[in-house]
Design a protein around this ligand. Sequence first.
Ligand code: NOJ
Length: 749
Amino acid sequence: MNQTLILVLNCIFLFFINELTAQDMSIDQKVDGLLSKMTLEEKIGQMNQYSSFYDVTGPAPSEANAKKKYDHIKGGLVGSMLNVKGVEEIRKMQKLAVENSRLGIPMIFAYDIIHGYKTLSPIPLAESASWDLEAIEKSARIAATEAAAAGLNWTFAPMMDVSRDARWGRVMEGAGEDPYLGSLIAAARVRGFQGDDLSASNTILACAKHFAAYGFAEAGRDYNTVDIGLSTLYNIVLPPFKAAQEAGVRTFMNSFNELNGIPATADEFLQREILKGEWGFEGFVVSDWGSVKEIAYHGQAESEEHATERAVNAGSDMDMESYYYVNHIKGLVESGKIEEAKIDDAVKRILRTKFELGLFDDPYKYCDEEREKTMIYHDDHMKAVLDIAKKSIVLLKNEDNLLPLPKSGKKVALIGALADDKNSPLGSWRIASDDNTAISVLEGMKAYKGNELLHSAGPALVNGEVSFVMQVNINKDDRSGMEEAVATAKDADVVVMVLGEHGFQSGEGRSRTKLDLPGLQQELLEAVYAVNKNVVLVLMNGRPLAISWAAEHIPTIIEAWQLGTQSGHAIAQVLYGDYNPAGKLPMSFPRTVGQVPIYYNNKHTGRRYPEPVVFWSHYIDEENSPLYPFGYGLSYTTFEYKNLNVKVQGKKVDVEVTVQNTGSLAGEEVVQLYIRDRVASVTRPVKELKGFDKIMLQAGESKKVSFTLTEQELGFYNNQRKFVVEPGFFDLMVGGNSADGLSTEFEIE
Ligand code: NOJ
C-alpha cells in the first residue's frame, strides 16, 4: 500500500472512531469536552445575548453599535440573539457565528412568541378562561411549530406571573390570579413549546418568566416595587414556576422588579438557593432586557462592574442587552470577585441546551425555507386557534335568553369601534404577526354559515340583516357617528355592541388607573340602551374591566377578550348558538377599580363578618365581593350540583359529586373544587382551588365527577418554607364558580 492510501485509510478510521465516541458520549461529556477547549473570553461570550441589528447580512455594518455586535458574533462572543426572525435572516446570522468564530459554536435564536408566531391564538389570559389544558398545550404547539419553521428555537414564554391586579397591563400575558390553575397551565404551555423531544425540528425552548413576583407590582404599575411575605411567595407566586420546572422547562427569565429589597436579577436566594438549589434546575437563567444594568438604578450597585458581579454571583447566566457581561466579567474573574467555576457552571447550562436542541449536529436545522412556507398560516393551525378561541369566550350574563341569536329574520345592528377592527383582536405581544389579520366581528357575522368556517366568505348576509355602524372611536372625544349609531340601534331588533380596549391598551408598560370602557364607549353604550334594550355587549379587552353599569342594565354580556386570528368566527359561532360557551373567568372582575387587588383566595381577617357597626373589614361605599368572581361563566344551558360525598383515608380524600344538565341544550361545565384549611399555623385563604374537571353533558344528562385530594393539595408552605399538611377540619366546596356551590367538611387526623 502506498503512503497516501495508508494516510487516507487512517483518516477514515479516525473519523469513524471520533464519530462513534461523539455519538456514545452523553451531553454532559460533550459539554465538558467543549468547555475544556474554551478561553475565558469565549465562555463569557456564551453568556452574552444581543438583540438584532440592521445590515446583518451585507458588509460589516457601519453604525458603531451594530458593528460591535457584528464583530462580537464573528469573534465567538455572542451565545444568543433575540429579535432576529425568518429563515433567511437567521441562516445568515448563524453563519456569522459558525463560520467565523474559532470554535464555531452555534447561537440560539430567541423571540417573544407569546400567543403565536403568525397564526395567533387568543391572548394567554383569554386562553386560560378555557380551563382546557389540552387546547392550551396545542396552542403552544402551534406557536412552536410556526416559530421553529421560521428559524427560531427559543421563546420567551410562558409568562406565569400570578397577578391580582387588573391595572397591571401584563395580566393579558398570564393565566390570571390562581396558583393552582396557573401551575397546570404553565406546565401545559411548557409541554406545548418543548414537546417531548427538544431536538425535533418543530419544538423550541420555553422560558418560565418572570422570576419572580413581577405580577405583584405595587398599585399595578409595571416594573414597580414588590414587597411580599414568604407565605405569599411560596404559596402563590412560586407554584407555577415550580410546575414549569417539573415539566422540564429549559430556561428561566428573571424579572425587572425588586423583591423585598433585592432586584430579582441580583437575587441569590431566588436563583441559586431556590431555583438551582432546592428545585435542582439544570437549564439556564436569562436576564430580562437590560435588567443587569438596572441593578444600579435600583440602588444596589455602584458601577457597571458591581452590577455584573451581583448578577453573576446571584445566578443570572445570560445577559440580555446590558453589554455588562461581555465588558466586565473577565476583569471580575481576574480580580477574584467572581469565581471562574461560576462562569463554567453558567456556560455548561447554556451549552447543554444547544446540544439538546441538536444545534451542534446541524446549526441550520431550523432553517428550511420550504417548511417556513408551508407551516405558517397552515390550515390546521387556523382550525386549532378557532377551537381555542371559542373555548376562551365567557358568557357573563344572558337575561331572558337574548342569546343565541336566531339565524334569520332579525334585524341586527352591529355597533362599536372594535366591531370591524382587524387588529385589536390580535391583542398585545404579537410582534412577529402581520397587522390586520384577525377576522373582525363584522366579517365573522357576515360570513357566518355554521361551524368550522375558517375564512371570511364574502359579503352575503346569510343571517338576516346586519347594519353596521362603526363610528365612535375608543379614545377620542369625537362624537361624530354617535347619532347615526343610536338611530341604527333604534331601528334594529337586536344590537350587538363590540366595546373594550384596543389591542395595545394592555401588555408591557400598559398599566391603567381606570378599568372602565375607555373614551366615549360608556356614553355610547348608555345612549344606545336608551333607545333599544335588546343589547348584546361583546367585550374585547386584555384585562378584567369594571363594568358595573353594564352588568346592571345590559341584558347580555360576552367576555370575548382578544381572541387572535379567528376572533370574528369564534364570536359569531357563540352569538348564533352553534357553539355553547363554557369559559370561566381566570381573574375576578371588580365592581370598581378601588377594590383592586381583588382575588377569590383572600384571607379571612379578624374582622370579616358584617357587624351592625362600622368596624369590620369592608368599604362604606361598595360591597366587598367582586362583580364576577373567579371561575365564573354561564352557558346556554344550566347545571345542577347534587350528592356531594367525601371519604377520608389518612391524608387522601376522595370526593364525588353529581352534575346534571338541567337545560335543553348540550353544554360543557367546568366543575371546580375548593378547600379551606380552617385552622393552621399560618392563616390559609378562605378558598383555594384544588381540582377541576371540564365535562360535556347532553340535555338532561347527569354525570358523577370524582376528585382525589392528596398531601399535595392539602398542604401548604409554612413560614419556615416547609411543606406541611396540618391536621384539623377543612371546608370543601364544589360548584361552577368560586362563589357558589355545594359544601361540606372533612377532617385530617
Ligand atoms: C422585556 C419583557 O419583560 C420580557 O418579557 C421580554 O421577553 C423581553 N423584554 C424581550 O423582549
